[in-house]
Write a protein that binds this ligand. Structure first.
Ligand SMILES: [Zn+2]
Length: 808
């Protein structure tokens, strides 16, 4: 299943508490301004969108935001001054309340001496960096980088060595040092570290924004594009220039006078509106509490849900509430709401809670309707200022898809899923409910779907995750994974513990080599859960990127280093870590990201590995790798009982495979509905016109919802992804990336999964294209290089059981 499996199971996808910034700091800076959801987690070039949803947001306080804004106001005038050769960085920084670089340097220089954070070591000093190093280290670094940036802006040469190389150095130094800090915060958190990060975060954000908005740099890139040197640049180099130009352009750097003023005003207004939108959703969620006192009302709920409901009651003042005896409170928070809809036998209560959920933030003081209208209006105006027809075009300017292609794909998936969802999935539920003697069967409603789906799933696939654990021990799983990588991509992965410092004794370090023995990359693997200091979820990120410019002395290039973080059960006593099947899929997923980072052939640092890969394409390698978990030879090769060595029983394998497609058509339609409404609102919809946003939701619903939405449905009022997160005109990315990864896997199926020679050959091709080219070539071209044609939806439909299977 795809990375977004978690979401596709929900009517509502919880908002991601971070912004997606796949292309590094410059991209991130722009994202902050354009998305303006006040949630920053920048300098993390890649987020596994659905995997690590628990990643905590970095929310700036009001005072911090003021400082960032002051800095930006200054930096804009400073950037213009630099253009005239009159940059006065010191004054500007002081005006922003950040202190002059000189004064700041004096203040922190002493503490920065011997700071492991700034050490130029082969691998970051994860073992030595402590909270106390963060503030002086980052301040020192920002001071240095600010000086370098001012120097660069004052002496800009529109050439590779005169512009891009110094820029890469600035971007890289910040990205590596900040990467260490934010990584430690994610895996080795402490009160001291949190405070230290909070203290320097605004300065870091301000610098990143300043860098992304530099008008002199924008002008120099423009000159490069128009100058003599252009034709001498490689494809990857040209792409770097084009991406930089487009990012700056989308950020309004190219606008003049009134247009620029208006543009900046709109951005600020949008920021406020998005924040308001989130606050309303949060407040309306908080406001709702359904008190239950009769045990019959909570019938069906599993112990964890009962415990949570009793806890909620206690928090509301019902002292002594217990899971067994109540009272219980059901809220609209996802961990409370979803289990209730899934398990509560009381149908009318399910209806009541469902209705509350779909009308959140849609009335009274917390009504998001006017905010939605204003956001859409301003996004449209902003797009027009930039010369685009609508916001969808702006969103897609830096993505793989176009509006037309995205809509075409959604329609193909929709029409192929409709009958299966209506005649298959829905009828199955009705029949099953009838079989169970429930009156719901003859009139199944929106609040019955989740409940009966869960009953049917239990009946059909009684897979007990816990019983499977002994078959998936971590050492066997990693052996299987590494041997798969070896077969497919011709690499050797060897333990290299001790070669690089680590942040915890359980963290493993590995070296990736060519079959000839030549080292090509490294990675850390932090597998186990440590709730006291480590965030939940799983993710991958870069530690160092491949770069020829930053090659250590005597070497051709700096080698890429990645880290993978998961949260599975630690070993107990002599027993190894025993995993659920979902955890196995997660490791494969993250490893797919890591492979794209590590097996890159790109020598240009700014587009090597995962850097500058379009966000609707970035989940291709990760979801691609998940497919191998269902490949018989791969799965059976690693699914060996850790004590007896016995292979996973055949009937369990069959069930795992079948469960993957359970209600696939309905899940597909649900995601398509969200994606289509998002695209419609950001392209053809006219704010203030005769049709309301809710009319659009209903109109599209006729083609995507097998049970029509209720007339009072106001789900849009809590659709934070597109109104408060970074997903506006981008929700389609979930399906887009799934199509790519399924189609890529289909190349192996076509070659013959049991044909080792053919699999190897296809694997090498995948390595040289999808994994090798990084952000140095447009992703559609990369896909065509691999597949020999444009992506097709057939494979995803077939894998989802919506097209006849071919012999595999
Ligand atoms: Zn991912």
């Amino acid at each position: 299943m795809a990375a977004c499996a978690l979401f596709s199971r929900l009517r509502y996808s919880p908002p991601f508490p971070f912004t997606l910034t796949p292309s590094g700091p410059l991209h991130a800076a722009i994202h902050f301004l354009s998305c303006s959801c006040s949630k920053l987690d920048i300098c993390l070039p890649l987020h596994c969108r659905s995997r690590h949803i628990s990643r905590a947001p970095l929310v700036l306080s009001r005072a911090e935001r003021r400082r960032v804004k002051a800095f930006l106001r200054w930096s804009q005038s400073s950037a213009e001054a630099a253009l005239l050769g009159k940059a006065q960085a010191g004054r500007g920084l002081a005006a922003a309340g950040i202190g002059s670089p000189k004064a700041m340097a004096t203040a922190v220089a002493e503490q920065a001496v011997d700071n492991p954070l700034l050490e130029d070591a082969e691998f970051p000093r994860f073992d030595a960096v402590e909270a106390r190093h963060v503030v002086p280290g980052i301040r020192q670094l920002l001071t240095d980088l600010e000086n370098e940036l001012v120097k660069l802006e004052a002496n800009l040469q529109p050439s590779w060595p005169g512009l891009v190389q110094p820029l890469e150095k600035i971007v890289d130094r910040l990205s590596v040092a900040w990467g260490v800090v934010s990584h430690l915060k994610a895996v080795k958190d402490s009160e001291e570290l949190r405070l230290a990060v909070e203290e320097v975060q605004p300065d870091k954000v301000a610098f990143t924004l300043r860098l992304g908005q530099s008008k002199p740099i924008f002008e120099a890139f423009k000159e490069m594009k128009e100058g003599q040197e252009w034709n001498t640049l490689s494809e990857a180099q040209q792409r770097i220039v084009e991406i930089q130009l487009k990012e700056a352009f989308l950020n309004g750097v190219g606008l003049e006078d009134e247009a620029r003023k208006r543009f900046n005003q709109i951005k600020q207004d949008l920021e406020k509106l998005s924040t308001k939108f989130s606050e309303h959703v949060l407040d309306s969620t908080k406001k709702y509490a359904k008190l239950l006192t009769d045990p019959r009302d909570v019938e069906g709920l599993p112990p964890t849900a009962l415990g949570l409901a009793a806890q909620a009651a206690e928090a509301k003042g019902y002292e002594g509430a217990t899971a067994d005896l109540g009272p219980w409170i059901i809220t609209l928070d996802i961990p409370s709401y979803i289990p209730f809809l899934k398990h509560a036998r009381n149908r009318s209560l399910r209806e009541e809670v469902y209705r509350a959920f779909i009308t959140q933030a849609s009335s009274g003081d917390l009504d998001n309707t006017p905010i939605i209208n204003k956001i859409l209006e301003l996004r449209l105006e902003k797009a027009k200022l930039l010369g685009y027809n609508n916001h969808a075009e702006v969103s897609m300017a830096l993505k793989m898809a176009t509006l037309e292609k995205a809509e075409e794909l959604l329609e193909q998936l929709r029409s192929s899923s409709w009958d299966a969802a209506l005649i298959g999935n829905l009828q199955d539920l009705k029949d099953y409910a009838k079989e169970q003697g429930a009156p719901d069967g003859s009139n199944i409603c929106l609040w019955d779907i989740t409940f009966w789906s869960e009953r049917l799933r239990e009946a059909k696939f009684d897979i007990n995750e816990e019983e499977l654990r002994p078959y998936f021990s971590l050492p066997k799983v990693t052996d299987g994974l590494f041997s798969l990588a070896s077969t497919l991509f011709g690499v050797k992965i060897e333990a290299a513990d001790g070669l690089a410092p680590v942040w915890h004794k359980d963290v493993r370090f590995y070296q990736v080599k060519e079959l000839s023995g030549e080292p090509i990359a490294y990675f850390y693997f932090d597998a186990y859960s440590r709730p006291s200091e480590k965030r939940g979820g799983a993710w991958m990120d870069e530690v160092l990127g491949r770069s020829e410019l930053l090659a250590p002395k005597g070497r051709h290039a700096r080698l890429p280093v990645a880290h993978m973080v998961c949260n599975q059960t630690p070993p107990v006593g002599d027993e190894p870590s025993l995993m659920t099947f979902r955890e196995v899929e997660t490791v494969f997923h993250e490893f797919g990201h890591a492979l794209q980072h590590m097996l890159t052939r790109q020598n240009e640092g700014l587009v090597a590995g995962i850097r500058n890969v379009e966000w609707d394409a970035v989940e291709l390698p990760s979801q691609f790798m998940e497919n191998w978990c269902y490949h018989r030879a791969t799965l059976m090769g690693m699914a060996k009982h850790y004590k007896t060595g016995e292979t996973l029983p055949e009937e369990v394998y069959v069930k795992l495979k079948a469960a993957r497609n359970f209600r696939a058509a309905s899940m597909m339609l649900r995601q398509i509905h969200f994606a289509s409404v998002d695209l419609e609102l950001h392209s053809r919809f006219q704010p203030g016109g005769p049709e309301t946003v809710f009319d659009v939701d209903k109109r599209i619903g006729w083609r995507t919802q097998v049970i029509p939405l209720l007339p009072e449905d106001r789900f849009l009022c809590s659709f934070s992804h597109i109104f408060a997160g970074g997903y506006s005109a981008g929700y389609y990315s979930y399906k887009w990336a799934e199509v790519l990864s399924a189609d890529a896997f289909a190349a192996f199926e076509e070659a013959g999964l049991e044909n080792e020679v053919a699999v190897k050959e296809t694997g090498r091709k995948f390595r040289e294209t999808v994994l090798g080219l990084g952000g140095g070539r447009p992703p559609l071209q990369v896909f065509k290089d691999f597949r020999g044609r444009e992506p097709s939806t057939d494979a995803l439909l077939r894998h989802s059981g919506l097209l006849p299977a071919v012999a595999a």
